[in-house]
Design a protein around this ligand. Structure first.
Ligand code: COA
Length: 259
């Protein structure tokens, strides 16, 4: 499927999604949201895709935020509808059964930082910059940023970033635990792909269960420990669990089928 605002490629089970509006620093407008919504469905539905990377086109920005030009003339109800739409798409990323990671290649501001935080984890290039500058516009984040930033870096650091609108560099993001690795721009996609190449050798249903159980920590409507017990039990009903344990006992490499 082609998407007007995204470039996509599939290699060795890794689907790379590049947000492609470099002249607007890949700002998230309605078209990008519609394309992202479709592409996340494509990730779930295409059995050739095992995991995915989201990155930005050009060497300057991952995503520099929601497209501010689209805020013009929005009233309260329109703004709430926009935030709901953005949150729904980012929940879809966060709840994806297949891992989706962000390769942050420059500015990740506002909705861009929120997009990166909705991914399962983040790898950054050393020129990356993170921030929630909405207060500069008389706004707050609307796509889950107040929640996920606080989950990821703790309340004190999160509130400081939210109320100051300040950016942090990649080294600080690493120190805060916002990103897992910082590498040079040339190494960014190779690093992300190397991580997913390893992940792609693991049992897909177990991967999905790990994501579901880890998400349950932050879901006030579910008990994470009960989710874990249930998911652990479900694994015992899979062929992959029989294959994994047999392969270990037979001292051979497991070959998982996702069944
Ligand atoms: N929405 C819409 N357009 C945006 C954008 C956004 N969030 N961020 C950047 N752009 C556009 C600029 O308007 C400019 O377009 P133009 O060439 O047609 O004038 C183009 O992208 C390049 O950006 P520019 O500001 O010229 O680059 P810079 O290197 O001087 O500054 C930033 C980079 C990221 C610091 C600056 O673009 C910025 O502050 N962007 C807004 C960040 C923000 O507030 N995001 C949260 C939105 S809720």
């Amino acid at each position: 499927m082609s998407h007007s605002t995204l470039l996509t490629s599939l290699e060795n089970g890794i689907f790379t999604i590049t947000i492609n509006r470099p002249d607007k620093l890949n700002a998230l407008n309605k078209d990008v949201f519609a394309d992202l919504d479709n592409v996340i469905d494509e990730i779930q539905n295409n059995p050739s895709i095992k995991s995915a990377i989201i990155t930005g086109a050009g060497n300057k920005a991952f995503v520099a935020g929601a497209d501010i030009t689209e805020f013009n003339g929005l009233d309260k109800a329109g703004a709430m509808a926009l935030a709901t739409k953005g949150q729904d798409i980012f929940f879809k990323i966060e709840r994806s059964a297949k891992p989706i990671i962000a390769a942050v290649n420059g500015f990740a501001l506002g909705g861009g930082c929120e997009l990166a935080m909705a991914c399962h984890f983040r790898v950054a290039s050393d020129n990356a910059k993170f921030g929630q500058p909405e207060v500069n516009l008389g706004l707050i984040p609307g796509y889950g940023g107040t929640q996920r930033l606080t989950q990821l870096i703790g309340k004190g650091r999160s509130i400081e970033l939210l109320i100051s609108g300040s950016m942090i560099d990649a080294a600080t993001a690493l120190q805060y635990g916002l990103v897992n690795y910082v590498v040079s721009p040339d190494e960014l996609l190779p690093k992300a792909k190397a991580i997913l190449t390893l992940v792609n050798t693991k049992a897909p249903l177990a991967i999905a269960a790990c994501i579901q159980a880890a998400n349950a920590v932050y879901d006030s409507t579910s008990n994470g420990y009960a989710t874990e017990i249930n998911a652990f039990g479900n694994c015992f009903a899979t062929e992959d669990m029989k294959e994994g344990t047999s392969a270990f006992l037979e001292k051979r490499k497991a070959l998982f089928t996702g069944k």
